[in-house]
Design a protein around this ligand. Structure first.
Ligand SMILES: [Zn+2]
Ligand SMILES: [Zn+2]
Length: 194
């Protein structure tokens, strides 16, 4: 069994996900964050986060549960769900993350808006990749960015998601690389790829 370094990102599907979705996110992590990614479900349902009045799931509660269930060797967690998520001040969210913390989650629920997930598969996968990279970015302490082409841009609509590229702007890239350097200096072998 391959050793999991301290800085491994865990991709944690909640429920069943098509393999191409998992592979797309799994491939994004080393590309965008230069870190290893390992697929490992941590929780199998999110009924505890159900809000009967809103008929949606409260994402903040799920983040706490993910962090509580994460193995020590998981540096960050990006979870995926098909269910619709909300935080109290918004009608819905594409995802949420603990800023500078450990856990993040993305919902595919509204990422299919306006397209067929079969005939526009590449667009659908790209939306999921962009939003997972965005939420993971928050766990590395990246804030929202004004550049609408940058992964850290806050998207109010699905059109905003399609507009942004799959890359960080120069400014966010520097912030991320500073943060990663800090991790490397704390654990020199952490980012060695095997
Ligand atoms: Zn955000
Ligand atoms: Zn940016």
């Amino acid at each position: 069994m391959k050793a999991v370094s301290k800085e491994t990102i865990l991709l944690s599907p909640i429920g069943d996900f098509d393999a191409d979705i998992l592979h797309a996110v799994e491939a994004m992590v080393p590309d965008v964050f230069s870190l290893l990614c390992h697929i490992q479900p941590l929780i199998d349902n999110i009924d505890f986060a159900w809000d009967a009045r809103r008929r949606q799931f409260h994402s903040t509660v799920i983040l706490e549960e993910l962090s509580a269930n994460a193995p020590l060797n998981a540096h960050k967690i990006i979870a995926l769900t098909h269910h619709d998520l909300f935080i109290p001040i918004l009608t819905h969210v594409y995802g949420e993350a603990q800023l500078g913390g450990r856990s993040s989650i993305v919902s595919t629920c509204r990422l299919a808006d306006g397209i067929s997930v079969v005939s526009r598969r590449a667009t659908y996968l790209m939306r999921i990749v962009k939003e997972t990279a965005h939420e993971l970015g928050h766990t590395f302490d990246l804030r929202h960015c004004k550049d609408n082409r940058c992964l850290m841009h806050y998207c109010r609509s699905i059109g905003d998601v399609d507009t942004k590229t799959g890359q960080f702007c120069r400014y966010c890239r520097v912030l991320l690389s500073d943060h990663l350097k800090k991790i490397r200096s704390q654990s020199p072998t952490a980012l060695k790829k095997n």
